[in-house]
Write a protein that binds this ligand. Structure first.
Ligand SMILES: C/C(=C\Cc1cc(O)c2ccccc2c1O)CCC[C@H](C)CCC[C@H](C)CCCC(C)C
Ligand SMILES: C[S@@+](CC[C@H](N)C(=O)[O-])C[C@H]1O[C@@H](n2cnc3c(N)ncnc32)[C@H](O)[C@@H]1O
Length: 249
């Protein structure tokens, strides 16, 4: 069990534009129901999307890899199965409560490889790692939540080994109005009403504004290439509702 020292922040109601501290409080608040609501609201599909993201990362046996914005650890556990006992996985997040869920998930400690995961608390915009130290990085539903996305991509580039990949899974900010309409209808009429049963309507309403303020797949590719990545490709998945950027350093 990892121990963390954290300065907890008071909980805020989530205004449209929220600060780092308010986002931290949001993810602390949703941590008790986060996994179950993801399973329920995506009909379990998010697990398929996460497996795709990990495959695209290129993580292999013996690799040293990072799951950035790991939350409750879904991708970190999948990465540990890729890199095996000779590998190393760091699950990194700024939410103390999400990390407590990750480090105590009994359902996911059945495999020996799950024990290799190290859970670290910190800010994705200021990574405490040396240059070129990771063979692969995943970011599952994290980038959209970062207040400075270009800075995050620069940090990811800095700590990746040359020739290695980052795989960034998130909601897709679609160029198609019909896809955006479906996404927003689902959030308004399914996601938020279900979340309101747990007193988390405002936290899940945030999804809509965060997607509206996100980057399109093409913009994500351009940001990666401008940062210095040699290749960048954004794949639309889940019928265009989700997207995955794969960028090679
Ligand atoms: C795993 C998923 C979302 C994770 C997630 C990301 C965030 O940034 C949040 C911010 C605030 C609160 C919660 C989250 C959060 O859970 C994706 C699946 C779970 C979604 C909550 C479900 C969204 C519904 C889709 C718009 C449509 C799903 C269609 C499916 C094929 C039935
Ligand atoms: C929607 S959750 C995704 C969790 C997990 N990757 C998954 O796929 O389910 C977003 C996570 O990003 C974390 N996060 C948001 N901003 C962060 C930051 N600046 N530094 C570190 N973690 C951050 C939150 O605490 C939260 O656990």
């Amino acid at each position: 069990m990892a121990l963390f020292v954290s300065v907890s922040c008071s909980s805020f109601r989530v205004p449209i534009r929220c600060s780092n501290e308010q986002r931290q409080a949001l993810f602390n608040r949703i941590s008790p129901v986060y996994d179950n609501l993801n399973d329920l609201l995506s009909l379990g599909q998010h697990r398929i999307w996460k497996r795709m993201a990990v495959s695209w990362s290129g993580a292999n046996k013996g690799d040293h890899v990072l799951d950035l914005c790991c939350g409750s650890g879904d991708l970190a556990f999948l990465l540990s199965e890729k890199v095996g006992l000779q590998g190393k996985v760091i699950g990194y997040d700024f939410s103390e409560d999400q990390l407590l869920v990750a480090s105590s998930r009994k359902d996911l400690q059945l495999k020996a490889c799950h024990s290799i995961i190290e859970w670290l608390e910190g800010d994705a915009l200021d990574l405490p790692f040396p240059e070129t130290c990771f063979d692969a990085i995943t970011v599952g539903y994290g980038l959209r939540n970062l207040v400075d996305k270009p800075k995050a991509i620069k940090e990811i580039y800095r700590v990746l080994k040359p020739g290695s990949k980052v795989s960034i899974l998130d909601f897709n900010k679609s160029a198609l109005p019909v896809t955006t309409s479906i996404q927003e209808w689902m959030i308004d009429n399914v996601v938020v009403p279900v979340a309101s049963n747990y007193g988390l309507a405002k936290e899940y309403e945030y999804l809509k504004s965060s997607i509206r303020e996100f980057l399109t797949g093409r913009e994500l590719e351009m940001l990666a290439l401008e940062t210095g990545f040699s290749r960048a490709k954004h794949y639309e998945i889940g019928g265009g509702l989700m997207g995955n950027l794969v960028a090679t350093r």
